[in-house]
Design a protein around this ligand. Sequence first.
Ligand code: GLP
Length: 637
Amino acid sequence: MPNLPIEAEQFEKIRTKVFADSESAVRELASGIADFIRQRQTENRPAVLGLATGSTPVKLYQELIRLHREEGLSFKNVITFNLDEYYGLAPTHPESYRHFMEVQLFRHVDLPANQVHVPDGLVERDRVFEYCARYEAQIAEAGGIDIQIVGIGRTGHIGFNEPGSTRDSRTRLVALDRLTRRDAARDFRGEANVPAYAITMGIGTILQARQIRLIAWGDSKASILRAAIEGAETGSVPASFLQHHPDCAVYIDQTAANELTRFRTPWKVGPVGWDRQLTRKAVTWLAENRQKPVLRLQDEDYTENALASLLVETGSAYSLNIRIFNELQHTITGWPGGKPNADDSNRPVPAEPPFKRVLIFSPEPLDAEIGMAGTIHRLVSQRHEVTLAYLTSGSLGVPDGEARMAFSLLHELAVSGSGSRIQLDQLAKEIDSKAPFDEDSRDLRQFKGLIRRAEARASSQILRLSLDRVTFLDLPFYEQGRYRQFRWGAQDVDLVTTLMGSRKPHQIYLTGAGADPSSVTGITFHLVAAALQVCRQESWFSNCQIWLYSSNERPWPPHEIDMAVPLSPAELGIKLDCLYHHRSQRSQTPFTETQPGEGWQQAEQINRATAKQYDHLGLAEYEAIESFHRLKNVNAN
Ligand code: GLP
């Protein structure tokens, strides 16, 4: 590939290819891998691949399987080495990386079993050192790794090389970082069950591969990718060690790329077309950067910060400041369903009809509450007809301890009166005799789903939602799947389409644009978007606004906010009360980069921070703000 620097990529120290979506990225990567395997076949030589686990490579493996099935790609000459394995897990353990690889790739292709290498998680402690040296020797005996696939963890780790790993580290036993264990908590049903150690190839081992391809999707990876690609080479971001590899390339989707300088502050890398969105982005960025309210920015602030071209196009700082200030001001409304009988020319939501039908989709119980509990409370108080639809039961997120507590409560009830005691007894037996990480039976999963229903109902009541408007769709993709292995289809889309058709909403609220496409949030976003496509021709659709509420993972930055709903201190209190009712979700939420703590603590901090941002931009000072982005083009996502 050519090595000439491209202006837009001047800040990037690793060659980075940005794709519209993960599908197109894996298509290109898999076809390169397939060409290489075939090339080696013609030379009668093996192709040695380094493989990774996690949600990210799943799509790549699906594409390789497709190439095998439909285009005759054979893996007979392929030798594989996996990056890592949890220490203490047997190869048959459902969460072991060995098992993951079997399910996601190995069993679907003609790869000979004796050419597969995944570190053994059960090596005795006193043999680990020797075992790791042997793993390295096997790689060398195979001729070294030709193409190494790596994902990236939110700590910046590659394989399991956590911050602090050195550039020359080799295959070894490592302790896992807290953030990494928290990210894996859902797979293991609770952080406490996540192994504390792993065996991983070292950075030095990875860097010896002839080609390295780093892949990543979704906005949760955006800031660590920026650090790895544009930041200094440092042991605190192990992926940054890839910067000096002679043939490393990063394949990412647009949302994962959003923090790179060429997208975050494109005016710093070259000439840009100043559309409305980019102008707002530049002005809010400048205000934040100069720590000045928008109306106090001066021409010098613009010219000294690479924004002279914006002034050339718009005249002066004075008129530009006023324009952007007004735009921001007009995003603020205490009437998220529109203000009846008011002039709505500068409001985010039309006044008519005065009482709207509103349909809110929540990927799992708690997502909509985190993003918009205060707004739901307002919509209900302002007499709109609000339906809250929970797309999945959320049963996979209920730890056994919570289920146990619920059984004992019901057990007491059953002993004192009627109730189906036998079934409960059976479930209680199952939960106590289950080996760690065994799959839950259907009944147990259903029971866990009921726990989340009960929590969701209780929290909806705090928001004064009428219970007959709280709907549980229990979408089949979730009920039949497990994390990292969900597959959605027409049946899921039909259920959502039917609900939309029956509600004919004036407003739809959803979340998950830009989320990891294999997460529950990412999948539910795509299937609601697919349902919206189906409904495009319906008469209600042209009068329906679609709003995206934010998640803790990615609060809307000011330039992307199209509606800001302020919360009073009392309303924020109601929101928190509502969030506390999802008690099974304690310690279940992944930490976000800047926000440790529980989901509801993160939500409170984010809503307060948005209010502060508005205050600093020179707008009114509120206690907290919930923010929304308007989705104008369903196709765009
Ligand atoms: C784990 C794996 C890494 C992987 C990372 C990110 O820590 N050891 O190899 O890159 O998770 O996982 P995901 O792709 O699920 O975001």
